[in-house]
Design a protein around this ligand. Structure first.
Ligand code: PLP
Length: 394
């Protein structure tokens, strides 16, 4: 049987299972094996088999994952990393130098903010945040030394969207690169490269793995020169995925289209239920007609995703008590897994941001972020109702 079916003829669900599939020919095991090795025997001095010399540079199992991710991204190449943050750090170290400037969307993952504020700033890389929904403000924020725009859409945790095509037009005109953190949707629900971005970044920890088994990340681009540079930097700073994590993540890739379909269905049901609940002040979910960027979500995304956030008409203490009272939905950082996960961003992912800044961005102390899992949504709603009753009475 051939290793690689013609990817162009395959639909996404099939592509995730079969496309760029690599077999191991010694036993014909259906699962590609874990090449748990640090190094590789030279065929003769200086002659490497299939280019593999040392697992910090490359590894067959990591390559199998990269092939699978590139099939989802629609690219020739992808790179897999030890974490989403390792992917972002490698991207910044590969593309930026001292005195360069980076423009970022205002609401991004807290770890990304920490990377710029507490690490890259020490290397002379400057950054500024901009409201990416104000095109005039974006153009004004660009400096002669601006090299990269890094955005996240939907943004964590307010779900605010950025028009990727509009940003791509601006970055192209200013000779900048556009990178998009597409962790919340994956290329299956929003192909950022098709929309004009230069680089797609994923924390594969989330939907791609889907089972809370690994921490990982990826970068993909159509630009071969850029991918070569990122591969060199990854090999140099040692941010490549481990073979075991790559193997586990590879199993997740096969079911991600099917899982995403149910995540989206369940999130829509939960969002509509929350919106009708008198205890809920606001629900941020791109699939609700009340969501301020509903039209952009319909235009830019293939579906609305499994993430939402909401605010209770409650004190911060009551909001926390609500989370503690849940029996099924688990309070844990992370998202995109089979189990529903809930957090309070002000005390978790965004705890490093000053309170005033959080409030300005819509991340109130009582904001609750929910990653809707694959449970039967009726069970989730019963769990929310019993937690509301526990905290507020009837
Ligand atoms: C949107 C987003 N980007 C990046 C990251 C970082 O990824 P990782 O935890 O895999 O390093 C996260 C982690 O929560 C995230 O939510």
């Amino acid at each position: 049987m051939a290793d690689t079916p013609n990817q162009n003829n395959l639909r996404p669900e099939t592509r995730a299972i079969h496309s760029r599939r690599v077999y191991e020919h010694e036993s014909n095991s259906i699962l590609f094996p874990i090449h748990q090795t640090a190094t590789y025997v030279h065929e003769s001095v200086g002659v490497l088999k299939a280019g593999y010399g040392y697992s910090r540079g490359g590894n067959p199992t990591v390559n199998a994952l990269e092939q699978a991710i590139s099939a989802l991204e629609g690219t020739e190449q992808a790179l897999a990393f030890r974490s989403g943050m390792a992917a972002i750090t490698t991207m910044c170290m590969g593309l930026l130098k001292a005195a360069d400037h980076v423009l970022m969307s205002e609401v991004v993952y807290g770890g990304t903010v920490r990377l710029f504020q507490q690490v890259l700033g020490n290397f002379g890389i400057s950054y500024s945040f901009v409201d990416t929904n104000d095109l005039h403000a974006v153009k004004q924020a660009i400096r002669p030394e601006s090299r990269l725009m890094f955005i996240e859409t939907p943004a964590n945790p307010t779900m605010m969207l950025t028009d990727i095509g509009a940003m791509a037009e601006i970055t192209r005109a200013h000779n900048m690169l556009l990178a998009v953190d597409n962790t919340f949707l994956t290329p299956l629900l929003q192909n950022v490269l098709d929309l004009g971005a230069d680089i797609s970044m994923l924390s594969t920890t989330k939907y791609i793995d889907g089972h809370n088994a690994t921490i990982g990340g990826s970068l993909a681009s159509h630009n071969f020169e850029l991918m070569d540079r990122l591969r060199l930097v990854r090999k140099t700073i040692g941010t490549i995925s481990s073979p075991m994590d790559a193997w586990l993540t590879l199993q997740g890739v096969k079911t991600v289209p099917a899982r995403l379909r149910v995540h989206c269905e369940n999130a829509q049901i939960v969002a509509e239920w929350l919106e009708k609940n008198p205890r809920v002040v606001r629900v941020n979910y791109p699939g609700l007609p009340s969501f301020p960027q509903y039209e952009l979500a319909k235009r830019q995304q293939k579906a609305f995703g499994g993430m939402l956030s909401f605010e209770l008409n409650a004190t911060t203490e009551q909001a926390k008590a609500f989370i503690d009272a849940l029996k099924l939905t688990t309070c844990a950082e992370s998202l995109g897994s089979v189990e529903s996960l809930i957090t309070n961003p002000a005390t978790a992912s965004h705890c490093d941001l000053p309170k005033a800044e959080r409030e300005r961005l819509g991340i109130s102390d009582g904001l609750i972020r929910l990653s809707v899992g694959l449970e039967n949504p009726a069970d989730l709603l019963e769990d929310f109702q019993q937690a509301l009753t526990t905290v507020f009475g009837s």
